[in-house]
Design a protein around this ligand. Sequence first.
Ligand SMILES: Nc1ncnc2c1ncn2[C@@H]1O[C@H](COP(=O)(O)OP(=O)(O)O)[C@@H](O)[C@H]1O
Ligand SMILES: [Mg+2]
Length: 257
Amino acid sequence: MNQQMETILMVNNLTKHYACGHKAVDNVSFSIRKGECLGVTGESGSGKSTLARCLLLLETIDQGEIQLHHQQISRLNKQEARLHWRKLQAVFQNPAAALNPKLKIIDSLMEPLDFSKKVVQDGGQNRIRTAEHLLVMVGLSSHLLDRYPHELSGGQQQRVLIARAISTQPDVIIFDEPTASLDVISQANILSLLKDLQDHLGMSYLFISHDLAAVHFLSHRIMVMKDGRIADHFEKEELFSEKRQPYTKKLLQVFES
Ligand SMILES: Nc1ncnc2c1ncn2[C@@H]1O[C@H](COP(=O)(O)OP(=O)(O)O)[C@@H](O)[C@H]1O
Ligand SMILES: [Mg+2]
């Protein structure tokens, strides 16, 4: 990874308490460069999803700042936040829950572009072509456009959601456990797809997974979270280095077993 690459996302001293006073994210700082995949791992409850939700402005933050392209986004109003969501997309764990069961695949897929009215209204042909192109990019047949979510497998549903995430050409995509609900074969296929898409499109990823092997496969840099804090942060090549924190070494034992 080229160290000179432009910084796309910068997070400084981010802290998020829940009402009980518990610090789910505690003074976290990091940045992501253009075309880079930052992997975030750590055991359940370590604050990974809360971090993702803060970046997506789904949670209010208590302290710190978030900059996308050097623009402070942590205190945007609703209208500004809409523009922000085009630049920062997300894919979550459970694809069935993320797709509206009453909408055909084409309508779920095209939601962000329909919303931004980017696609020229020419009797729908251009919209269909765009949708077909997006499905092909994620390795799906365009015949699926007229189907409903329950007619697709979990892996196919997640591919649709990945296609939807890339449709707005975002700067960063946040993946929160994107393969956790899938069978082992689908998991491997989705990880390969994410790697190929990143190689071709040059987007930045924040890839969250409790699965260190998946994080190691996809990421350029890895951050380990524990109790809301960053317990370790290193280049992927240094995962097996003696310099790793004891907690990372403990996670590694599980990875290697
Ligand atoms: N909405 C919420 N209200 C109160 N506590 C929460 C809420 N969401 C998460 N937490 C707590 O915050 C901590 C971090 O949770 P989470 O971000 O979901 O971790 P992870 O994604 O790493 O499993 C946990 O202790 C969890 O119980
Ligand atoms: Mg989580």
